[in-house]
Design a protein around this ligand. Structure first.
Ligand code: IMP
Length: 299
């Protein structure tokens, strides 16, 4: 049985990764589909026990669809480095450790390559792969896979995106994903390609909403983007980009900020530091971003 998606439906995005949820929301919004994350629904995060991107995507989507009673979209993705036998692959997130610190993960990839093979220009071959699974509450699944090939660069460059973006340069480009404007990355990324297959198969008949995803730079959309960045960034470059975007948000959406003046802003940052548990386990750049964000917008 093949199910049909319709405008106004709410898809559960079966991920607790804020950066990824943000990207998927941006991708489906133009088709009139709403998205809510598994995190917002308090759904448990199943253990990723499969050995392939496809297997793990299906496992997560089916669990979310069954638990929520709604269609669910899950992706499993990662960086595969050819000379490391495809590592980190399905373990891409785990290489960043419990603190999800991708500065550490990127360094680990660079060190593994250098130790085993040395580091010769133009850099080792790598790809990002994304398996996207749409699951329905009865367990029915459909899978779509996208891939983008390129080389690794070291030192990493750029503060956009998330994860391994600053060390991955797609073929035919002179910027890393971390240096590109998000829209450019989305035009060629593995996730966008998997989504394109999903779109052609499942959304082709749906009208494209007139206002598309313009909310990305205004109102609530901009805040979600900032929150996603604050939850994921792990380098000083990414923090610098985050601060530039935060300043842009203050300029574009001043009425949404809760702090009327500098004193109120500093007070809000102070309260965030005092009230947050487990601050010492946060990577330091992310902690600064979260504190700056906490003082910015009204709840
Ligand atoms: P997953 O949540 O199990 O799919 O893990 C995917 C991991 O792969 C992420 O945490 C990132 O480390 C990495 N990854 C996937 N897609 C991207 C991307 O677009 N840019 C950078 N890193 C990515």
């Amino acid at each position: 049985m093949s199910y049909v998606l319709a405008p106004g439906m709410q898809l559960v995005v079966a991920s607790h990764n804020a950066g990824k949820v943000w990207e998927i929301k941006q991708l489906i919004a133009p088709f009139g589909l709403d998205a809510i994350s598994a995190g917002e629904l308090d759904l448990p995060e199943p253990e990723e026990t499969e050995t392939t991107f496809r297997g793990n995507a299906a496992l997560k989507a089916v669990a979310a669809a069954k638990a929520s009673g709604r269609p669910a979209l899950a992706d499993d993705s990662g960086l595969e480095v050819a000379c490391l036998g495809g590592a980190p692959g399905i373990y891409s997130a785990r290489w960043a450790g419990p603190q999800k610190d991708f500065a550490i993960a990127m360094r680990k990839v660079a060190e593994e390559v250098t130790q085993r093979h040395g580091w010769a220009a133009p850099g080792p071959r790598a790809n990002f792969t994304c398996a996207l699974c749409l699951a329905w509450p009865d367990g029915e699944t459909e899978l779509f896979e996208g891939r983008v090939d390129g080389v690794l660069v070291w030192p990493a460059r750029g503060g956009q995106g998330f994860g391994y973006d600053p060390m991955f340069q797609p073929d035919g480009e002179d910027q890393t994903f971390g240096e590109m404007e998000p829209a450019r990355k989305h035009s060629m990324s593995h996730r966008a390609r998997a989504f394109e297959l999903f779109r052609a198969e499942k959304l082709a008949g749906l009208a494209v909403a007139g206002e598309s995803s313009a909310s990305a730079t205004t109102g609530a959309g901009a805040y979600e983007g900032l929150a996603a960045a604050a939850a994921n960034l792990s380098t000083a470059d990414e923090l610098a980009t985050f601060i530039a975007n935060l300043r842009g948000d203050l300029k574009d959406n001043p009425d949404s900020w809760k702090s009327a003046d500098l004193d109120a802003y500093l007070k809000a940052i102070g309260s965030f530091i005092e009230d947050s548990p487990n601050l010492e386990v946060e990577p330091r750049w992310r902690l600064i971003a979260k504190a700056l964000l906490a003082g910015s917008r009204r709840a």
